[in-house]
Design a protein around this ligand. Structure first.
Ligand code: C5P
Length: 230
């Protein structure tokens, strides 16, 4: 199978508190986004990649990705979902409706080639698609308004949603357009697909596939990447 990749990279990343958007921070000798795209650029079955940038992006042109024939760009939107939809629309003339699209966060630089292949192998014949996910290891508490525990949530069937998330182009576009129309704020692609009444498959992935969110995530990502090349 061949697949397409949509990378939402139009976020402002308030939680990082950095002047440069987190996808452009430097990490083990490259930018975060260069690491995030690397497993797809190295994969023989990648048909093409679309990156959704913010309208005022000042940093993309300086990356090594800007000149890559496999990588196109488009302008993202105010919510992550809008950015992914922009990426899907940019692919409309090139991708067939049934082609697989993998959506991967620009801020997730530690995806391994092994996890990417596991996702592709487990889902390529699936009717719905799915996502990489990691089992929850901590005990989870639901809080009330006073910050007191109102409930302990059983963790045995709980997973953390990671990316890539893999769906057919036509399904993902329909799911996200319908979420937009209904004013449903979704935080990942799977949630929009679930709202169509479908059940995405959870594919066990490495917990090291972290999203850079807080400043302390950078040294952690650096350790993970360096341990692989060692
Ligand atoms: O903010 P958060 O970490 O959830 O963002 C996840 C990914 O979605 C990041 O790669 C970010 O750049 C992207 N995003 C986007 N457009 C937005 C908001 C987030 O492309 N409006």
């Amino acid at each position: 199978i061949r697949f397409w990749v949509v990378v939402p990279a139009a976020g402002s990343a308030r939680r990082m508190g950095a002047a440069v958007p987190k996808q452009y921070l430097s990490l083990a000798g490259r930018t975060v986004i260069e690491w995030s795209l690397a497993p797809f650029l190295a994969h023989a079955r990648t048909a093409g990649i679309v990156v959704a940038l913010s309208p005022g992006d000042q940093h993309w042109a300086q990356t090594t990705l800007a000149g890559d024939a496999k990588v196109a760009t488009t302008i993202g939107g105010t919510e992550r979902m809008d950015s992914v939809l922009a990426g899907l629309r940019a692919l409309q003339d090139r991708a067939a409706p049934d082609d697989w699209v993998l959506v991967h966060d620009a801020a997730r630089p530690c995806l391994s080639a092994t996890d990417l292949d596991r996702l592709l192998n487990e889902l390529q014949d699936d009717a719905v698609g799915g996502l990489l996910a990691a089992p929850v290891v901590d005990t989870l508490k639901r809080a009330d308004e006073d910050g007191r525990v109102s409930q302990t949530v059983a963790r045995d069937k709980l997973w953390r949603a990671l990316t890539p998330q893999m769906f057919r182009h036509v399904v993902l576009q329909r799911a996200l357009e319908s979420a937009q129309t209904n004013g449903v704020a979704v935080t990942d692609e799977a949630q929009a697909v679930e709202a169509l009444g479908l059940q995405p498959k959870l594919v066990a992935g490495d917990a090291d596939n972290i999203k850079i969110t807080l400043p302390e995530d950078l040294p952690r990502a650096e350790r993970i990447l360096r341990s692989r090349s060692a």
